[in-house]
Design a protein around this ligand. Structure first.
Ligand code: ZN
Length: 495
């Protein structure tokens, strides 16, 4: 797919934009580049040069090393093994060697080999001649030499030592990654970062994990290009084109969004801030190492160990004493007798209470009183039911109720008559219509006002996503066409 897209883009660039692409910056063995090299879209006299991304080249180194480390003979713990951490370090060394020697391809190659020979050196067989000389060198061996000291032992100074076996295994990787053609392609020091950040804006509008139609992808691309080149302010143009009112609020919302975006980016790339962050990380790392050293020291400190053991023994003694006391208490005869006496007392109390309850239940006088109270309540209920029945059959009361019903019926009929009259009254109809028209006008005015606020609110809360989903969905047809033409126009002008 990439291959086809590349052929299409290269093939039409002159015709469409009067532009010839001379270089292609990509990562790895690109089928797209091979296809272009074969197709020669700008003719045989104008070949296309391939450039390597300086972010991806070190990653390729790391991938190759990690693949080698999966061989069971090389990974695992121990001096000279190729662990994951070492692969990462070697990758970082490789990256530094490239970035520090961008202009000089020969020096770049030297620097990469210097890291290889440095990490494969031993006390018996040191190879630090390629390492940078001087007291500020990253190589401990060269630093000692610059200070006139005897070379320190490799063990303890050599964070990334590789055994002889491992160094034989990674040598072909270093040979491949120092290929002069490859390094020449990286000498520009450029990355695909700007591409990737444009893609990031694009996928922000249209997530690549979700399938969407062609229209949506095109709109997202146009939005991303406009936003990438001109910031959120490009939206003002889109709104203007759609005759959406742009208010003060819209302007300030757009300006604020852009300001925040720029501030974020500046903070992320601010050299001083980055240096400070790195310093903090390094500081924390040092603290951790110091703490681990202290722990290790404490653990092996004989006096401390003895003290710890003494404290342990003391605690053990206390526990034993407590257990002895408990056992004594349990078997103490006097204590047992007292406990039993207390138990018996509580049992007696319970029995007395049960006796009292039984007596109350069978007390004849109390039972009679309860029955009398029940009978009284029964009588009251019966009297009330009798009164209700009397009221229901009372003729006078029934007549009064009917009179009230008839009165209400008459009122209803009168009201219906009046309604019918009003409905046919021509003057009344005209008045109603006038009132309806007034309301309609009010509604329209309100919608206009809302439209104005809507544009601003949309920007403040919905932003770009608001444009592409809300407006287009609300007023399909007209605005959809406008938006797409405008977005396409912006794309053409900005690319
Ligand atoms: Zn060295």
């Amino acid at each position: 797919m990439e291959r086809d897209a590349a052929l299409e883009l290269w093939g039409r660039s002159v015709e469409r934009h009067n532009l010839r692409y001379r270089t292609m910056l990509s990562d790895g063995d690109s089928t797209a580049f091979n296809a272009l090299a074969a197709a020669q879209p700008h003719g045989p006299t104008r070949p296309i040069t391939k450039l390597e991304c300086t972010n991806h080249l070190p990653k390729r180194m790391g991938t190759a090393l990690r693949k080698a480390s999966k061989d069971g003979r090389f990974d695992g713990r121990g001096e000279g093994r190729l662990t994951k951490e070492k692969c990462q370090r070697l990758q970082n060394y490789f990256r530094s060697a490239i970035l520090n020697n961008l202009e000089d391809q020969r020096a770049m190659e030297q620097a990469i080999w210097a890291t290889f020979f440095h990490v494969t050196s031993t006390d018996e067989d040191p190879h630090h001649d390629r390492c940078p000389a001087g007291p500020a060198s990253w190589c401990f061996f060269q630093r000692a030499r610059a200070e006139g000291q005897p070379p320190p032992p490799h063990a303890g100074h050599h964070g990334t030592a590789l055994s002889r076996e491992v160094s034989h295994a990674v040598l072909p990787i270093y040979r491949r990654m120092t290929n002069p053609i490859l390094l020449k392609r990286a000498a520009h020091g450029k990355t695909q970062n700007s591409n990737e950040s444009l893609h990031n804006v694009m996928w922000g509008h249209c997530p690549k994990e979700v399938f969407v139609g062609k229209d949506r992808v095109e709109a997202a691309t146009a939005e991303a290009v406009a936003k990438f080149n001109r910031g959120n302010f490009a939206l003002a143009q889109v709104m203007d084109h759609m005759r959406l009112p742009i208010t003060e609020l819209t302007h300030s919302a757009l300006a604020k969004k852009d300001k925040v975006r720029v501030q974020k980016a500046e903070r992320a790339t601010d050299v001083a801030a980055v240096a400070a962050r790195r310093a903090r990380c390094a500081g924390r790392q040092r603290q951790l190492e110091q703490r681990e050293d202290q722990k290790a020291e404490r653990a092996t400190d004989v006096a401390a160990v003895a003290a710890r053991r003494a404290r342990c023994a003391g605690r053990q003694r206390q526990l034993e004493q407590r257990e002895d006391q408990e056992a004594e208490r349990a078997t103490d005869v006097a204590a047992v007798a007292a406990r039993r006496a207390r138990c018996a007392g509580r049992q007696r109390q319970l029995e007395q209470r049960e006796d009292q309850e039984a007596e109350r239940a069978t007390d004849v006088a109390a039972v009679a009183a309860r029955r009398a109270r029940c009978a009284g309540r029964q009588r009251q209920l019966e009297q009330r039911e009798d009164q209700k029945a009397e009221r229901a059959t009372d003729v006078a009361a029934v007549a009064a109720r009917r009179a009230r019903c008839a009165g209400r019926q008459r009122q209803l009929e009168q009201r219906e008559d009046q309604k019918a009259e009003r409905a046919t009254d021509v003057a009344a109809v005209a008045a109603r219509r006038a009132r309806c028209a007034g309301r309609q006008r009010q509604l329209e005015q309100r919608e206009d006002q809302e439209g104005e606020v809507y544009g601003a609110g949309l920007m403040a809360y919905g932003g770009w996503r608001g444009i592409s989903t809300n407006i287009i969905r609300r007023r399909p047809g007209t605005i959809r066409g406008h938006t797409q033409t405008l977005f396409s126009a912006m794309c053409l002008h900005n690319v």
